[in-house]
Design a binder for this molecule. Structure first.
Ligand SMILES: Cc1cc2nc3c(=O)[nH]c(=O)nc-3n(C[C@H](O)[C@H](O)[C@H](O)COP(=O)(O)O)c2cc1C
Length: 362
């Protein structure tokens, strides 16, 4: 079933394997060039069902966190994305753009105006560091609008959908997380209130695109700043977090784990994507060390030299409808033909993941 076709909303996918979004920092002047198109085309030719692009900075002054990350707010950048989309489609693939605002993870000096500070829910860039700009209501409206406008551009470019990046310690997740969200208005306090910002962004995106266009959201418990962080501790809390967003028009949820086989809540062996699917009724994507041996601490460090391993658990879980799609990150960087080789049971032919792969990202 994992390798069989699948329909996500109205989109026919040739299998349920998704390329996870992975930042590459290889788009000078924020414009994805022909080499970027080639990189994605290789994975589409390798028969990945659905590609989710690297995070694309939304068109806001404080969205940048790293150099050479692609954007959408110049005609040249949109032309660059058109080439990427065309190459993927010609190779029989499908593609969703990940829209990203860095929030607390903004690095000083990045983006169109380097003097702009990080924008965060209440001015905290980390638990004890109040050197960021606290979003005003007018900032919140502006950022919702740019997510909507950028999604509209994505539809015009030819993407099959957008994924709103609500994970890993960036802006939307900063609102979810009570360590950084100390607001006392309608955007802070209870879990429900902390999800209102994400809800408004989803509503704005939905209002700017056609009904057919896919809108998903990625979320996680863990943060780049804190791998052990948790937003919720029970299915009931997860429901309070997700349902306001789901009800505003999401088509799928992408539950980001660092290891997909790990259980999420006490008393059940099931993972975050399972619970997100059961609670929301939406299709969900799981992710995290799929096809890679896992040891060590961070998804970057632990990957330094990771050997290919079988994905029997993912195959069984999809058959049992515990989640619907399976995203693969580093393994697809190491070997663009990973899907074909895995389907044919050629584990020994799959290239291992190494530091050199991470350094090159080709
Ligand atoms: C180099 C690199 C860049 C990444 N960039 C992003 C990103 O832009 N957006 C995102 O949501 N996750 C990003 N991630 C996380 C991956 O999407 C994925 O969740 C993580 O690598 C775990 O999957 P894996 O074990 O299959 O690699 C990145 C991971 C890596 C290794």
């Amino acid at each position: 079933m994992l390798f069989g076709d699948y329909k996500l909303k109205n989109l026919e996918l040739r299998n349920r394997i998704v390329m996870a979004p992975m930042t590459r920092c290889m788009s000078p002047d924020n414009i994805p060039g022909a080499d970027v198109a080639k990189y994605y085309e290789r994975r589409a030719k390798g028969e990945v069902g659905l590609i989710i692009t690297e995070g694309i900075e939304v068109s806001h002054v404080a969205s940048s966190s790293y150099p050479n990350v692609p954007r959408l707010d110049s005609e040249k950048s949109r032309d660059g994305w058109k080439l990427v989309v065309n190459k993927i489609k010609e190779a029989g693939g499908s593609v969703i753009a990940q829209l990203w605002h860095s929030g607390a993870m903004r690095e000083a000096g990045m983006g169109p105006d380097p003097s702009i500070p990080a924008y965060t829910p209440s001015g905290l860039s980390s638990a004890n560091n109040k050197n960021a700009h606290a979003l005003t209501h007018s900032d919140i409206k502006k950022i919702s609008d740019v997510f909507g406008q950028d999604a509209k551009w994505c539809e015009e470019i030819g993407f099959d959908g957008v994924e709103i990046h609500g994970a890993h310690g960036y802006l939307i997740d900063n609102f979810f997380w009570d360590t950084l969200n100390k607001r006392e208005d309608q955007y802070g306090g209870s879990i429900y209130k902390r999800s209102q910002f994400a809800k408004e962004i989803t509503e704005s995106v939905r209002a700017h695109v056609s009904d057919n266009f896919i809108v998903g959201m990625r979320f996680s418990q863990w943060k780049q700043q804190d791998f052990e962080a948790r937003l919720v501790n029970s299915p009931d809390e997860l429901s309070q977090l997700l349902m306001p967003i789901v009800d505003s028009g999401l088509d799928y949820l992408h539950a980001s784990n660092r290891r997909y086989w790990e259980k999420e809540f006490q008393g059940s062996e099931n993972n975050l994507a399972y619970w997100a699917q059961k609670i929301s009724g939406l299709p969900t994507i799981t992710v995290g060390s799929v096809g890679l041996e896992s040891k060590g601490e961070s998804f970057v460090n632990m990957s330094s030299n990771a050997q290919p391993v079988n994905i029997d658990k993912a195959i069984t879980d999809v058959k049992e409808r515990k989640y619907d799609m399976v995203a693969v990150g580093r393994a697809l960087l190491a070997d663009p033909d990973w899907v074909i080789k895995m389907r044919e049971g050629r584990l020994k032919d799959i290239s291992p993941y190494s530091e050199e792969v991470l350094a090159q990202l080709i």
